[in-house]
Design a binder for this molecule. Structure first.
Ligand code: SF4
Length: 243
């Protein structure tokens, strides 16, 4: 585990909700736009002492569930009601599905569980689905991620996730082509066209957006031909200089 901290959710339908983020290290993909540092296995986890104040302390890995529970209880009693949910993120958190199988039932007694995933490890999701309240699933586009081979794994994952509360997110930039949007729409439609699609303009750390306003609207129009709910939501935390 790399970090535990409190911040706002910057992406997707829950944008602006205050969450506790538990960030796991390691990923099974290698996206071109990735801004997550994976320089080996970290021996320590950065844990925020006061929610949202960035006063991190270092705790040796592996962090024990009791440590996380006592932090959540302290935050709940000191700052009651501020957190909407608990975001399980990474990296790819489903790589830790055995740990999560043990942890999620207990964490969920404190807060609803929000999973942020790259959307390919459907077998791991199957084991955890009953313990998750929200699934934020990526479909990786070749134009932005560099991955060409993930369409079928994404379809299988979405099929599994559709038994829960899922939305799909795609990161787009000026290089994103129409056929990619058709392919995403076709995958979602084959499972359930009412599953929301979030079109997320690629945003750099300095809050520069890598797609023109017109192209963004064109992508929304293309996806809306087949899908019921298509929303454009940027990475808002970048504009607010939040973690
Ligand atoms: S799935 Fe996410 S964490 Fe993994 S390489 Fe891609 S952007 Fe980075």
């Amino acid at each position: 585990m790399i970090e535990i901290f409190s911040s706002i959710q910057g992406e997707g339908p829950l944008v602006g909700a205050r969450q506790i983020f538990i960030r796991f290290q390691g990923c099974n993909l290698d996206c071109e736009y990735c801004d997550t540092e994976f320089s080996g296995i970290s021996g320590t986890c950065q844990v925020e002492n006061t929610p949202g104040r960035r006063d991190f302390m270092e705790i040796p890995n592996p962090v024990h569930l009791d440590t996380v529970i006592s932090l959540l209880e302290r935050w709940q009693s000191g700052w009651p009601g501020i957190h909407h949910s608990l975001s399980i993120t990474g990296g790819e958190p489903l790589l830790q599905h055995e740990v999560l199988l043990d942890w999620l039932p207990q964490l969920r007694t404190r807060h609803p569980i929000y999973l942020e995933t790259n959307g390919v490890l459907h077998g791991a999701l199957f084991q955890l689905l009953q313990h998750i309240d929200y699934i934020s699933m990526d479909i990786k586009l070749p134009s932005t991620s560099g991955h060409l081979e993930l369409w079928e794994p994404h379809r299988l994952f979405l099929k599994e996730a559709s038994h829960g509360n899922v939305f799909v997110k795609i990161v787009v930039n000026e290089a994103t082509e129409d056929w990619e949007i058709h392919r995403v729409s076709e995958i979602i439609t084959s499972v359930n066209p009412a599953i929301p699609l979030i079109v997320q303009p690629m945003t750099s750390r300095d809050a520069t957006v890598a797609i023109s306003p017109i192209r963004t609207l064109e992508i929304q129009e293309l996806a809306s031909v087949q899908l019921t709910s298509v929303r454009v939501i940027p990475q808002t935390h970048r504009f607010l200089n939040q973690l």
